[in-house]
Design a protein around this ligand. Structure first.
Ligand code: HH2
Length: 263
């Protein structure tokens, strides 16, 4: 999953609103680089960020919507939002997945909207809001608590009419987590996968690599690749990444080794 942030303030590679021509070029490059899906976001969820009103998200998404409505999107589109009206506009234009860091808790219309469009949903674990989530997060047993929350959100999605085969789960690396929590969850990817849904992992250039390695955001690609492969080796199904070409190369090498070792 390649990230296309149409935000002026993202952690990495945000760009603000894109015209349709630029949006199309970026999506085409992402498809050539090896992404299977393009996750478009118009609201930064980095720690400390404030919500962006739906109208402003839709304004930023205008170019992408134009590409989609023209039937020109070169790869399937996912919408990264917690607002059902934003999701609804993107789903009506052909988006196939709603990626909601609140797992349908912020907007009660979100899961029913996904169900109506027979879309996939990515349900992410987070506590609090992006503004507050990194204020001293504490867990008794982070893996057990995240698994319990994700199972509950999957049940909520099914109750809203989302088909089980359309559900993905994500432990929310960096969302109300310390470095130790993030590492424990990545190590336990297999336990999350055992809940019975594909697992999506987003580690790309996150602050855990600043803490672990002392690297700035522009120096975090090697750490991101290592963490992504460690998650894949433990059963993750999808990696959400900014650096599509480099990540696709890493995954292809890893997969070739896996295949060579298969009985
Ligand atoms: N992380 C970010 C945003 N959306 N979605 C899922 N499912 N999982 C994640 O880990 C995840 C996500 C934050 O990363 P980024 O898009 O780079 O930053 P920003 O929110 O500042 O745009």
């Amino acid at each position: 999953m390649g990230v296309l942030n149409v935000t002026p303030d993202s952690l990495w590679m945000g760009s603000g609103a894109l015209g349709a021509d630029t949006a199309l070029l970026r999506m085409e490059q992402m498809a050539r680089d090896g992404a299977a899906i393009c996750d478009v976001g118009a609201e930064s969820t980095r720690p400390g960020s404030d919500p962006v009103p739906p109208d402003e998200q839709l304004r930023r998404l205008g170019g992408v919507l134009e590409v989609m409505r023209a039937g020109a999107a070169p790869l399937p589109v996912s919408i990264d939002t917690s607002s059902a009206s934003v999701a609804e506009a993107m789903l009506s234009a052909g988006a196939v997945l709603v990626n909601d860091v609140t797992a349908g808790r912020a907007d009660p219309s979100m899961l029913p909207a996904a169900a109506r469009h027979d879309a996939a949903v990515c349900l992410v674990h987070m506590r609090g809001t992006p503004r507050t989530m990194q204020d001293d997060p504490r867990y008794e047993d982070v893996v057990a608590e995240v698994c319990e929350h994700l199972a509950e959100r999957a049940d909520a999605a099914r109750a809203a009419g989302v088909r089980p085969e359309r559900i993905l789960l994500d432990p929310g690396i960096g969302f109300a987590k310390t470095l130790a929590h993030n590492l424990a969850l990545l190590a336990a990817t297999d336990r999350i996968a055992a809940l019975g849904y594909p697992v999506l992992i987003g580690v790309s250039r996150k602050s855990m690599f600043g803490l672990l390695l002392g690297r700035d955001v522009d120096e975090r690609l090697p750490g991101s690749l290592a963490a992504g492969l460690a998650a894949l080796a433990r059963g993750a199904a999808v990696l959400r990444v900014h650096d599509v070409r480099e990540s696709a190369d890493a995954v292809r090498v890893w997969a070739a080794i896996q295949e060579a070792g298969a009985p």
